[in-house]
Design a protein around this ligand. Structure first.
Ligand SMILES: Cc1cc2nc3c(=O)[nH]c(=O)nc-3n(C[C@H](O)[C@H](O)[C@H](O)COP(=O)(O)OP(=O)(O)OC[C@H]3O[C@@H](n4cnc5c(N)ncnc54)[C@H](O)[C@@H]3O)c2cc1C
Length: 449
């Protein structure tokens, strides 16, 4: 069945269509309304990068010129899920209706992209529509591949197994911490790129500190298994984290990859990546927090003309323009920009995208260059945080905003993460935040990059 037939079937099943205008944002689920529509700019994805990109250009280009294709009703500030899993915030605080975060002058096509036709500047959607564009921004984020780990989907149905990475399982992390009595608390990091590479261990530090504060720490072994050969990719912060795990008696296993979960025997099975010939090791758990393997969404990774060999959108890491199709730009997690995948990186990219896409629309050379800025607030307890900020050099170098040692866990940084950053995030979606570069320059008296 081709996409158009699929769309017709959907249409017949529904027997009607909905077309609405709320808060000035259009939304539509009809096949007829969107079929063969064309826009100056189409944005695929209404997450962090998609919303911010649409906001920048909808006001500049005017009504009817920008469309955002996004299937979900709700937009979540995912960075808050670490604190939701750790019991410091409620899940409801992290979400807003999609229509309220998309720009009023953009048309919201509530649909899913199922194919790219870059040679004809078109995308195909699940409802069977073909949407044409002059320019395209791809901002599809990452796909969570839970089913790659044998037994994991079933294990999520049992007590003590959770993941802050998924809306369905994030509250279960806090339940698991509360219900924990004794045994192993196990935390995993997969053998793929992930969003927010600090998040798999932030929840571990929160768990450890909460058990300590509640006099339950003596009953727990806190165990971290990571596929990486390091605890963190930036030496300055890795050194600080090694000190913390030693002081707090946390066991760290490097190059150890979760391959299976056996809920019946409550065992997590880890493969030593440096010794694949060895039998995988079973680790008993009372609580298991899983960070799933991730990839670009299937529809993107299967679009061979626009992705690299790893399935990520193939863009110039400085200009964010596609390597082969100059009218395509990328932002955020789905691109192959070699920086740590975070909303902070999106903030660092959005000003570059604004300038370079505008230049491209005006037939001018692309002058803005992304420096790889990204940030990871490494929450180490319910009131302390290391604010890691760095770039994409090889190896990555710190690119810190404040003229203090940011590798030290601080109460001020925790408050910034918990109470200031959410506001900054929602402003970024409105197009009003392009990262802290200007503050960094001011704080370092113009001496910083
Ligand atoms: C637990 C956790 C903790 C985190 N902590 C931090 C942190 O402390 N700091 C930080 O900066 N970042 C953090 N992040 C990472 C941050 O949330 C992401 O890096 C950021 O959201 C990436 O933005 P994006 O636009 O690339 O992707 P997303 O925001 O994920 O948006 C992608 C959008 O594309 C849509 N989409 C997917 N497929 C299709 C399709 N076929 N058609 C149309 N639309 C589609 C999706 O529905 C989604 O809305 C964290 C994330 C998690 C899960």
């Amino acid at each position: 069945m081709n996409g158009l037939q699929g769309g017709k079937m959907l249409w017949q099943t529904r027997g009607c269509y909905s077309l609405g205008v709320q808060h000035g944002a259009y939304f539509s689920t009809s096949q007829n309304r969107n079929a063969n529509k064309s826009f100056k700019l189409v944005v695929v994805g209404g997450g962090s990068g998609g919303c911010a990109s649409a906001a920048k250009f909808a006001s500049k280009l005017g009504a009817g010129q920008v469309a955002v294709i996004e299937p979900r009703d709700m937009h979540y500030y995912q960075a808050m899920w670490t604190l939701v899993g750790g019991g410091q915030k409620k899940l409801e605080q992290s979400g807003k209706p999609m229509q309220s975060v998309l720009p009023s002058k953009a048309e919201w096509i509530k649909d899913k992209v199922v194919g790219f036709d870059p040679d004809n500047s078109k995308v195909m959607t699940q409802n069977g529509d073909e949407i044409s564009y002059e320019f395209l921004v791809v901002a599809m984020g990452l796909q969570l591949n839970f089913d790659v780990i044998k037994g994991l989907p079933e294990a999520f149905e049992t007590p003590g197994v959770s993941s802050n990475y998924d809306l369905r399982y994030v509250n279960k992390t806090w339940e698991s911490i509360q219900q924990f009595k004794e045994g192993n608390c196990v935390f995993s990091f997969p053998n793929t790129p992930v969003k927010c590479a600090g998040a798999p261990q932030k929840i571990m530090y929160l768990t450890e500190k909460i058990l300590r504060m509640e006099n339950r720490r003596d009953h727990a072994n806190i165990i971290y298994h990571t596929s990486l050969p390091v605890i963190f990719g930036v030496k300055k912060y890795a050194d600080a984290l090694w000190k913390i795990v030693e002081e707090r008696n946390i066991e760290v296993n490097l190059r150890s990859n979760l391959v299976e979960v056996r809920p019946d025997t409550r065992e997590a099975i880890f493969q030593n990546l440096d010794k694949p010939e060895e039998a995988p090791k079973a680790v008993k758990y009372s609580m298991l927090h899983v960070t799933p393997p991730m990839s670009a969404p299937d529809v993107l990774r299967n679009s061979s003309k626009i992705v690299d060999e790893n399935g990520f959108l193939n863009v110039n890491k400085e200009t964010l323009q596609h390597m082969n199709y100059p009218n395509i730009f990328g932002i955020g997690d789905c691109t192959n920009v070699p920086t740590s995948k975070t909303a902070a990186a999106v903030a660092g990219m959005i000003g570059i995208l604004r300038r370079n896409l505008t230049a491209s629309m005006n037939g001018q050379p692309l002058k803005a260059k992304y420096d790889g800025y990204t940030s990871c607030p490494l929450v180490t307890g319910p009131n302390e945080c290391i604010l890691a900020e760095f770039d994409f050099q090889s190896p990555p170098q710190p690119l810190e905003t404040f003229p203090i040692n940011q590798a030290k866990p601080r109460w001020t940084m925790y408050n910034m993460k918990a109470h200031v950053m959410p506001h900054v995030y929602w402003q970024m979606l409105n197009g009003w935040w392009e990262g802290p570069k200007i503050f960094r320059k001011l704080a370092h008296l113009g001496m910083s990059r």
